[in-house]
Design a protein around this ligand. Structure first.
Ligand code: HEM
Length: 234
């Protein structure tokens, strides 16, 4: 049951993240509500995974675990920055707080943290992608024909490449490193295209996270003493 709630929260967080990135589609009022919802979901996600914190000081740190912990700390930093800057800039949900100061800093912080957050949360998803593959194996009882597995691998690689092209074309690195002060929104783009492009770009970072973890795992001869209990690894 707990596992099912965890998966439901994770799916919900992924959907909300996409809706948050599609700021130009959902508009400012809904964005603030989704953002507030994300902060709540983030707290619930952390409570449900509290064992991760308890295990931090146990077991050996092999390359894959070091990478995973660094990504998680960075995700936490990005969410804290997004929550703080979002509340400072809020014109709806938190307008009653009347925070007049720190607007310029909050604007830059929100811009950089939203795109860093998108990349880091997608990488984080990639690090746990073994769980999704494990579920697929369970559903097909490990009997999916090799051809189907290969078709899925080719689709994943194609999505990763196309997402990288979109990411570069949208010049997202310039927001992450604050080379641009404002996000550029193409209002001619349909809502479907905005969401589809973010899903594909997310796919790129999931792919990168999944394969970085796989490569780093090659450096560990034995499985980690403390592993993620969620992970059903091949
Ligand atoms: C938690 C995850 C969040 C993500 C991923 C996120 C993402 C984004 C993105 C991509 C933009 C457009 C780019 C920009 O102008 O900065 C934006 C703008 C904005 N967000 Fe968020 N956001 C989050 C949370 C919040 C929260 C909690 C609030 C407030 C309740 C908020 C309020 C705003 C406001 C007011 C803007 C417009 C900024 C401006 O006019 O310059 N956001 N956010």
């Amino acid at each position: 049951m707990k596992q099912k709630i965890k998966i439901f929260i994770d799916v919900l967080m992924t959907a909300v993240l996409l809706a948050l990135m599609a700021y130009q589609v959902v508009g400012d009022v809904l964005h603030e509500w989704f953002g507030t919802g994300m902060l709540v979901l983030f707290i619930v996600h952390n409570i449900l995974n509290y064992k991760w914190y308890a295990s931090l000081f146990k077991g050996k740190y092999k390359p894959q675990r070091v990478f995973s912990v660094l990504v998680n700390i960075a995700v936490l930093a990005a969410i804290l920055c997004l929550g703080y800057s979002g509340i400072v800039m809020s014109r709806n949900v938190f307008a009653f707080l009347h925070i007049g100061k720190g607007m310029a800093l909050a604007r830059s912080m929100h811009l950089a943290a939203s795109y860093w957050g998108f990349v880091l949360m997608s990488l984080h998803l990639g690090l746990h992608w073994g769980m999704i593959i494990g579920l697929f194996r369970k559903l097909t009882k490990g009997k999916a024909p090799a051809a189907v597995v290969w078709v899925m691998r080719v689709i994943a690689a194609a999505v990763a490449v196309y997402g990288a092209v979109l990411f570069i074309k949208a010049d997202i690195f310039s927001y992450m490193f604050l080379k641009n002060d404002f996000a550029f929104f193409d209002f001619d783009k349909s809502a479907f295209a905005v969401f589809a492009e973010y899903i594909v770009m997310m796919g790129t970072w999931i792919f990168i996270g999944y394969y970085i973890a796989k490569i780093l795992r090659l450096f560990s001869k034995k499985p980690d003493a403390v592993t993620d209990k969620n992970e059903i690894e091949p």
